[in-house]
Design a protein. Structure first.
Length: 388
């Protein structure tokens, strides 16, 4: 710094400047030199150091160095360098103006603190993008932890900036926060509750990214895209996005379809209402029709048979024979309590979880077949006609 000052003095003498204009010219030259050196330091970082670091990280086999030293991180770091140069040159430039130097030093220190926090947050964001573990729970823990660290870093930065503005010791400000702890708890209430709820969600493996969930108290019914401290982002099947607080999932109830999707089948449970007037003992004509239609063999129709019982037996056998129905899981056609709408027959079965089997189409095909088979057994489906 002294060499720069001596160089400026020599330059002023060579130019033959004397009198009252010397301090003005000296100050102006020092300001220009400081600005030039800060600009040159920034250009040096962006044009030389950044490409060099990118080239070095691209030659390694590891992926973590490219993520941590991403372009966003390096660009943020480069913005700090000119401010550091200015901070070092301010005592030399404004040695004759202590008030201006003090104000500019405080502003420069505040800028360095803010940009340092931004650099730290950028590093944390890069850290959350790394595949540090194959476990979704561990990745969620890391993301939650990074979110807490961001809040702490911002809180500390606010204290440091405040201490710089008022010229106080940061530790004295932190010590004085004990009286305002209740206010801080109120301000960060949602964040603290979200943190605790997020930990409960992940530690108990209640929900994670990629799960299909349904939250009855909200309109959320879709795939979980993101879990943060304060929100769980769900993309519904109509491509709308719903954000649900983690506290809602913990304190309330929601349905996670993960086990169903990973299981051997997806359950179907439907009621078919039979008109009471069509329930009867199977006569010879109906038995002959069922034998001709290959529903039953003559041996199976011996004795007195009820058409609803025959219908139940046939549907169970027919469901077992279908390749898209899992025969190893529950297959049941049973009679439930009669209602004024007819005799309900409950059909239960599981459609296989297979990428080649479309659940909705398969379900519709099976139910339509069941409706169509009722007429073969002399049964009539109950239907309520609107009043004329």
């Amino acid at each position: 710094m002294n060499s720069i000052k001596n160089y400026v003095e020599e330059l002023i003498q060579l130019c033959g400047i004397t009198g009252h204009s010397v301090p003005v010219v000296r100050h102006l030259l020092l300001v220009l030199i400081a600005i030039f050196l800060a600009w040159a330091a920034g250009v040096l970082c962006r044009r030389i150091l950044l490409p060099l670091i990118h080239k070095l990280t691209s030659t390694t086999r590891n992926s973590w160095d490219e993520a941590l030293l991403s372009d966003n991180v390096l660009q943020t770091a480069c913005r700090i360098v000119p401010a550091i140069v200015i901070a070092q040159l301010l005592p030399m430039v404004f040695y004759q103006h202590p008030v201006a130097r003090k104000v500019l030093e405080r502003l420069t220190d505040i800028y360095i603190v803010i940009m340092s926090v931004r650099l730290f947050i950028a590093l944390l964001n890069s850290l959350t993008q790394l595949e540090l573990s194959h476990s979704a729970s561990v990745r969620q823990y890391i993301k939650t932890f990074c979110g807490v660290v961001k809040i702490i870093a911002i809180f500390v930065a606010v204290i440091i900036v405040t201490s710089i503005l008022f010229g106080k010791n940061p530790m004295s400000l932190i010590a004085g926060l004990g009286a305002t702890s209740a206010i801080l708890m109120l301000v960060f209430k949602d964040t603290i509750e979200g943190l605790v709820a997020g930990i409960r969600l992940t530690s108990n493996d209640m929900v994670k990214k990629g799960d299909w969930i349904t939250v009855p108290s909200t309109t959320a019914d879709g795939i979980v895209e993101e879990i943060t401290l304060t929100t769980v982002k769900v993309r519904n099947f109509d491509n709308t996005t719903v954000t649900v607080p983690p506290l809602t999932l913990v304190n309330g109830s929601f349905q996670n379809w993960k086990s169903m999707q990973r299981g051997a089948g997806r359950r179907v449970k439907r009621l078919i209402y039979i008109d009471f007037r069509s329930v009867k003992v199977a006569d010879e004509a109906l038995k002959a029709s069922l034998i001709a239609g290959h529903f039953f063999t003559p041996e199976e129709l011996k004795g007195e048979q009820i058409n609803t019982a025959l219908f139940r037996i046939f549907i169970e056998k027919w469901l077992i024979s279908r390749p898209d129905v899992n025969e190893k899981m529950t297959i049941l056609v049973r009679q439930v309590e009669a209602t004024q709408c007819g005799l309900p027959l409950e059909v239960q079965f599981f459609v296989r979880n297979d990428k080649n089997i479309h659940y909705e189409h398969t379900l519709a095909d099976i139910i339509e077949h069941i409706y169509a088979y009722t007429s073969a057994f002399g049964l009539t489906l109950y239907q309520q006609y609107p009043e004329q």
